[in-house]
Design a protein around this ligand. Structure first.
Ligand code: ADP
Length: 505
């Protein structure tokens, strides 16, 4: 009952534990969320702090980080590991603690080496980090109401919280929340690591950590969480189904209403057609002339005929199976044969797709442009200059590009899965309403047909397209909105924990 003094308070002390945070260390979308969510929560009046590892790539001087704890002991199994803690303040004013343990984090990459080989001791590195994050609270006297972990890397934080710190004066009152950004990666490791992790063999059961005689970090985190969130409502439903749960469906399904889908927001400071420094002309929902200029310059940049009247389709992303670029590769030539369209494609990844999209402009000169690589500015120019944005992901926990494209008046054409299904309203030919075009089968045929539907709407019903652009550009994808949902999830987690504590007597 440690938290009675704050029971009725509507602001919380929140500890967010993450393995990445923009701009300090980033591999994927998790980093963006770990910086944007705390910023939004802070604005709402919460005392929010973030803990991340101090990777080699984080330049302490550049970020003005000072040492907070010279030496901090962290119990792992029957021994103590020693580390130190640095602290910086994010641009939004959020305190960020960096756990420095040279042996574990002073390395080339976050998760793998330069040849893409995962570090063999990742369970040790992230097990240690997960426990160290809690020790920071104890050593600096930060008494959280909420401990919020993210994905498998920090899932064990919640297990340590509930197994070892349930009666601790600093940590005992904290409710546990985990956010699932992707369940395809669960952190499954051999049993030989279990002693080091110090989770107790009595807890090595099928409902907690065991997965076919191995340790499953994410499963354990889900078990100990008072509330589980997933990054979109549709993704939250899909992961309770056998095909979408990657083996965790039964464990997630039994969480019932304590599994909550909350869409990510997008960073309006970075993605705003009225201010974006990457695009050649600015525009708004009231004046789209700048968008036409963006289209002209994009066509020019890719050597396509500059023509306002032809439908221009863009695609950006990692060339991996999840993103469905193989479907684009299977369908695009038929589309080029049957329809009056141009394509621009930006991405990198699997070699066979890189080769294919690299060669395509040579074979369809004046119809297709491509750039193989990673280019942030170009991604903004494609979002701004295209009429349509194609995103046929096989599965998509949330997805960002379809939200960016709507904000830039570029109508998404998507496979209706996860966050894509949640954030795109399908076009209704009878009313002219909607914000994009959806298909339900991830097949080249469905993609071909749906692009055809979008293109015929573009040429035959331009007034509908204009109305859709307006609706798309005025959607609320703000982090403020998402943060309010997290606030409600935190309140629920606190209630759940109080109920459990009361039941335990
Ligand atoms: P995921 O995180 O699964 O890759 P999202 O749609 O959530 O997919 O976010 C991907 C982000 O990375 C978007 O901001 C997108 O524009 C960007 N991105 C992906 N590939 C590239 C690329 N080749 N060049 C520039 N930006 C890219």
């Amino acid at each position: 009952m440690q938290r009675t003094e704050r029971e009725n308070s509507d602001t919380y002390r929140i500890l967010i534990v993450a393995s990445e945070m923009y701009p300090y260390a980033k591999v994927g979308g998790l980093a963006d969320i770990a910086s944007a969510l705390p910023a939004a929560l802070k604005k709402m009046g919460h005392d929010v702090r973030v803990v991340i590892p101090r990777y080699r790539s984080i330049d302490l001087e550049r970020w003005n980080a000072g040492q907070t704890l010279e030496s901090m002991g962290v119990w792992m199994g029957d021994r103590q590991e020693w580390c130190s803690v640095f602290e910086l303040t994010s641009e939004a004013g959020v305190p960020v603690y960096l756990i420095e343990h040279q042996l574990y984090f002073d390395r080339w990459g976050l998760y793998h080496d330069a040849s893409m080989h995962d570090y063999d001791d990742n369970p040790v590195r992230f097990g240690f980090f997960s426990r160290a994050a809690l020790q920071v609270c104890k050593d600096i006297g930060f008494k959280p109401d909420i401990v919020h972990a993210n994905d498998w890397q920090t899932a064990l934080t919640l297990a340590y919280l509930k197994i070892w710190h349930w009666d601790d004066p600093i940590l005992g009152g904290a409710a546990a929340v985990i956010t699932l950004h992707n369940v395809a990666y669960q952190g499954i490791y051999p049993l030989s690591f279990y002693d080091y992790l110090g989770l107790g063999w009595q807890n090595f059961t099928e409902e907690k950590f065991e997965s076919y005689k191995k340790i499953n970090f994410l499963k354990g985190g889900i078990y100990y969480a008072d509330v589980v969130t997933a990054v979109s409502p549709a993704f939250a439903r899909e992961i309770t189904q056998p095909y979408g749960g990657f083996g965790l469906a039964p464990y997630l399904g039994r969480r019932g209403d304590d599994l909550i889908g909350i869409l990510n927001g997008i960073d309006y400071a970075l993605w705003d057609p009225e201010r974006d420094p990457f695009i050649p002309a600015h525009f708004s929902v009231h004046d789209l002339e700048g968008k036409r200029e963006c289209k002209r310059q994009l066509q020019q940049a890719f050597g396509l005929p500059v023509d306002d009247g032809v439908a221009l389709i863009g695609a950006i992303g990692r060339f991996v199976e999840q993103k469905g670029f193989h479907l684009i590769a299977q369908a695009i030539e038929g589309i080029l044969r049957d329809m009056h369209v141009q394509f621009v494609i930006l991405g990198s990844g699997e070699h066979y797709l890189q080769d294919y999209f690299w060669n395509l402009p040579g074979r369809y000169s004046g119809r297709v442009g491509s750039y193989i690589g990673f280019d942030d500015g170009l991604a903004h120019r494609i979002e701004a200059g295209c009429d349509f944005f194609l995103m046929p992901s096989l599965f998509e926990p949330c997805g960002l590009n379809q939200m960016y494209s709507q904000r830039y008046g570029t109508l998404p054409i998507v496979h209706a899965t996860g966050g894509l299904d949640d954030t795109v309203q399908n076009y209704d030919e009878a009313t002219g309403q909607g914000t994009g075009f959806k298909f339900w089968q991830p097949s080249p045929q469905a993609l071909h047909y749906t692009v055809g539907w979008a293109i015929s709407t573009y040429y035959d019903r331009p007034q509908h397209i204009r109305a859709m652009i307006e609706t798309a550009m005025t959607q609320d994808f703000s982090w403020e909105k998402s943060a309010r949902h997290y606030e409600a999830a935190y309140a629920r987690a606190i209630r759940n924990k109080q109920r459990l504590d009361a039941d335990a007597g």
